[in-house]
Design a protein around this ligand. Sequence first.
Ligand SMILES: C[S@@+](CC[C@H](N)C(=O)[O-])C[C@H]1O[C@@H](n2cnc3c(N)ncnc32)[C@H](O)[C@@H]1O
Length: 315
Amino acid sequence: MVKKEIESLRSLPNRNCMRNCNQEDRTSITEEGICKKVSSVIDENIVRCVGAWSDEKIHWLTRYFSIFTIGMRKKWNLNYIEICCGPGRCIIRESGQEIDGTSLAIINHDFFDSFKKAIFIDNNSDSIRVLNKRIQDLGKYAIAEGVVGDYNDIDGIKRILSDMPSRCLNLVFIDPTDCGIPFTLIEAISDSLVTADFIINVAMGTDLTRNIRQAILEPRYNKVKKKYARFLGSPDYFKRREVIAAAKSNNQRRMRSLFMEEYKKNLSAIGYLHTDTEGVEHYYELLFASKNYRGLDFWRKAQKIEPSGQKRFDF
Ligand SMILES: C[S@@+](CC[C@H](N)C(=O)[O-])C[C@H]1O[C@@H](n2cnc3c(N)ncnc32)[C@H](O)[C@@H]1O
């Protein structure tokens, strides 16, 4: 990540982090991703244990946030919504470095005050309690608020969003750990907010890579298959001949690309004609979706600078 970005994430070493904990350690010392052993060096509150790729995700989100805000703030009132926001501070398990997570990276962003309202939603009430304390500490409570909510409870999410100021342009970031968000959530947000661009973190390299082949081929994986069909918005993917052929030949890349193709197709059927993805190492794909070409144009501009600060020439 570029130096200025690292500084803006308030990166600090957390010497209490054991570092490089393996999967087994992690299972015993974390609960829902929150470390039970280590607290923040900034405020002694809870932190999430994350992998080194996390700052790449933050880079793409904040780059888009900058370009979107510069392009739109004179013409529109802007809102920001984050679903799966976490408590705001994270520790990178490989380095023991503590950084702002996506929610605090946005709240601390130079352009955050251009926003009319920002809502941060998570189903973990401890995360929301701590995030609200952090919002208070930063003096951002006039704009930002953390709210407990479950993305499976569509009516609950609609109720939360009914508090958002109307006639605004909304940027919605959804950051789950797996492909568990229902397609009806995207439809409901789109209906409630009218003008909303999405950045959705799709767990292609983790959840999907581990389970998609079995979900396609093995009847005992029916529950997982249903979860993916619910994510995609229809079971059609599982009926496609090329999907079954890719599963039989164990062609992971093809199964994944057909999955994303199906998701984009279903998004375009509800008006999100402009979509694009950006990989976060081999773990995630950040999917951008907008009803307006302008949004995609901003996204492409955001993609021009790599997390390392290097300029890309293929854009
Ligand atoms: C990958 S973490 C995201 C963290 C945060 N965006 C960041 O970068 O610091 C996923 C978050 O989703 C939350 N979560 C899991 N299931 C959820 C659900 N059903 N509804 C809302 N949030 C959920 C977890 O509590 C966790 O904070």
